[in-house]
Design a protein around this ligand. Structure first.
Ligand code: GRF
Length: 214
């Protein structure tokens, strides 16, 4: 079976990119990364792409339409069929979001629809939530909205600070994103209205409680 050709858009560190690169190393994984685009020339993630032998480009236009036009051209040149945003820090032109409708996903470090936008972990701590986590969702013009494919949950621990909570969430981001992309590449993910249906979906058996009794 042909592997889904994926473009990954980054702006920085690229640890989610690295998680996807590692997943794609398995010949049985149904997707491959055909191109990495960074909105910043200094993004460390570019080095990860290079180390993995993946074509990479910098598209640094500040202006949304100019970014969209150049990124779109590069993606098409590399015959990219699906886009993953991974720490991509620019707001995309509506035309780009429309062009990749249901063919572009993002990972966000909160249990959406809670805590859209920036500083999610700080705001989650300030709100006193007992669980946080991350979400992989299809991209829509409105920020951090769009049909949800999957979520991973982590507990908030007593005494947590932003750094600890961020690290705990990031660890599950690296597990969730490859799972979500695999389901998509296997053709098991369907958008129905504002929700996602997944063929053969299994959910965990047990609920988690925080605080626990013992
Ligand atoms: C991640 O927390 C992701 O959820 C958010 O930005 C961060 C990017 O980290 N959108 P990295 O560049 O993938 O390491």
């Amino acid at each position: 079976m042909a592997r889904l050709r994926v473009g990954v858009l980054i702006s920085g560190r690229g640890s989610n990119l690295q998680a996807l690169i590692e997943a794609c190393r398995d010949p049985a994984y149904p997707a491959e990364i055909a191109l990495v685009i960074s909105s910043r020339a200094s993004a460390p993630g570019l080095g990860l792409a290079e180390a993995a032998g993946i074509p990479a480009a910098v598209v640094a236009h500040r202006e949304q339409d100019a970014f969209a036009a150049e990124a779109d051209e590069l993606l098409h040149k590399q015959r990219v069929a699906f886009v993953c945003l991974a720490g991509f820090m620019r707001v995309l032109a509506a035309s780009f979001v429309e062009a990749w409708h249901d063919r572009m996903v993002n990972i966000h470090p909160s249990l959406l629809p809670a805590f859209r936008g920036l500083h999610t972990q700080r705001r989650a701590l300030a709100a006193g939530v007992r669980f946080s986590g991350c979400t992989v969702h299809f991209v829509r013009p409105e920020l951090d909205c769009g049909p949800i494919i999957g979520q991973a949950v982590v507990p908030v621990h007593p005494g947590d600070d932003e750094e600890h909570l961020t690290a705990r969430i990031l660890a599950v981001e690296h597990r969730l994103y490859p799972v979500a992309l695999r389901l998509i590449a296997e053709g098991r993910v369907r958008v129905v209205g504002n929700k996602v249906e997944i063929d053969g979906w299994r959910a965990p058996k047990f609920a988690a409680l925080n605080p626990q009794d013992e």
